[in-house]
Write a protein that binds this ligand. Structure first.
Ligand SMILES: *Cc1c(COP(=O)(O)O)cnc(C)c1O
Length: 403
């Protein structure tokens, strides 16, 4: 069978989960269908009572297009099982509700929506959540001893691209009988395989690299069948399965995942090196640079360094936020938009978008400078992307003076 787990990732991306089709379609067709017909009451009872598997009702995820997508999602993370969702936040919410009710510890920085869910909404349900930054990580063992049962982390983080040691956190978490859940959105399965490093569950905002074209909102969760099965009723009754149209588009995108991400890895590294040599750039954060604090760990646990980089405009500027905005506003090839992972290069200034909701003190505590510019490198020619950054840095050189 072409989707055997030992096949290399590129092959799994293309072939895993593609069902045989009576008409000879090379991939699973789109079943734009909400419900499925049965020949008899006995046959429908077999599915409803779990004696047979089959398509039943799309919100349950029991739709051939969604099930084909999930076989592919499981295969690309080397997992036994996967669930797809209508968004990355839907995946995070379902996994927290299914496995985190006794307490959740978030290690390091995380996506803004995840921090808000953990910090604001889950406590309303009586769920105890703890957000630990680098210097507070010595509290982790105590919180686990106190009953927290789920540790959540992102690596690399947004926007500082901090690297956490997945194997070490898995060991520390398992020592106290808790689960480690890793958000693998920034790395993608091409660059990092958290389950192989010891994580229990992996989640993705498939809106980013997995979807890859800035045209679908979706999420994914992968892991052992028993842990994934415990999340399924939450997805079913929170109503957060994806539409079949979205599932078909996501499966289409996954077939090109390795090609896209490998090209983005190479371009991002070229941009990082060019920016490191630029006199107006004080700091370049990219895991592939040997000067980057997490470089050695990244080189150990990642097979590629990803398509994201963050640059910091000369800290000497009187108003670093304005100096960075002047550069952002002069870029022509990079689109100013708060997302990542698509074929088109995107730029954001964290202090005006993803981290705008935080106070200046909290941004500082999290190491998010106002002069930071986050770049999501797309599939344009990398020399043209570098030239675009250079013209923006040059023409914004006299900050405050409009050309
Ligand atoms: C975007 C993002 C999410 C949320 O995903 P949505 O698809 O927007 O719900 C979660 N984690 C990370 C790291 C993200 O970048």
């Amino acid at each position: 069978m072409s989707d055997a787990p030992q096949n290399r990732l590129a092959t799994r991306c293309v072939h895993a989960g593609e069902a045989e089709d009576a008409h000879g379609s090379p991939h699973t067709p789109l079943y734009s269908t909400t419900t499925f017909a049965f020949p008899s009451t006995a046959a429908i009872l077999d599915v409803v009572e779990g004696r047979a598997t089959g398509s039943l009702y799309t919100r349950y995820g029991l739709n051939p297009t969604i099930q084909a997508l999930e076989a592919k999602l499981a295969a690309i993370e080397g997992a036994e099982a996967a669930l797809s969702f209508g968004s990355g936040m839907a995946a995070a919410a379902a996994v927290f509700l299914a496995h985190g009710r006794e307490g959740i510890v978030c290690v390091g920085d995380a996506y803004g929506g995840t921090l808000e869910l953990l910090g604001e909404q889950l406590p309303l349900l009586g769920i105890r959540t703890h957000l630990l930054l680098g210097a507070e990580l010595d509290r982790l063992d105590g919180l686990l001893a106190d009953g927290a049962r789920l540790v959540f982390l992102e690596t690399p983080t947004n926007p500082a691209l901090e690297i956490f040691d997945i194997a070490a956190f898995a060991e520390r978490t398992h020592a106290q009988g808790a689960l480690l859940v890793v958000d693998n959105t920034f790395a993608s399965p091409v660059n990092q395989q958290p389950l192989a490093l010891g994580a229990d569950l992996v989640m993705h905002s498939a809106t980013k690299y997995l979807g890859g074209h800035s045209d679908i909102t979706a999420g994914a969760l992968m892991g052992p069948a028993a842990l994934v099965a415990a999340v399924a009723p939450w997805r079913k009754n929170l109503g957060s399965a994806p539409a079949p149209e979205t599932a078909a588009l996501l499966a289409r995108s996954l077939r090109t995942l390795t090609v896209r991400v490998e090209a983005q890895n190479a371009s991002a590294l070229a941009l990082a090196r060019a920016m490191q040599a630029h006199p107006r750039v004080a700091r370049v954060l990219h895991p592939g640079l040997s000067s980057f604090p997490g470089h050695e760990l990244a080189a150990r646990q990642m097979s590629g360094f990803g398509g994201m980089l963050t640059i910091e405009i000369d800290a000497g500027a009187a108003d670093p936020a304005a100096a960075a905005a002047a550069v952002v506003d002069r870029l022509r090839l990079f689109t100013l938009a708060p997302s990542l992972g698509g074929v088109e290069s995107l730029v954001t200034q964290p202090c005006t978008t993803t981290h705008h909701g935080l106070s200046p003190q909290e941004r500082k505590r999290r190491g998010i400078g106002d002069g930071m510019i986050r770049l999501s490198v797309g599939l344009e020619d990398s020399a043209e992307l570098i030239a675009d950054l250079e013209q923006a840095l040059a023409s914004a050189g006299t900050e405050g003076v409009v050309r």
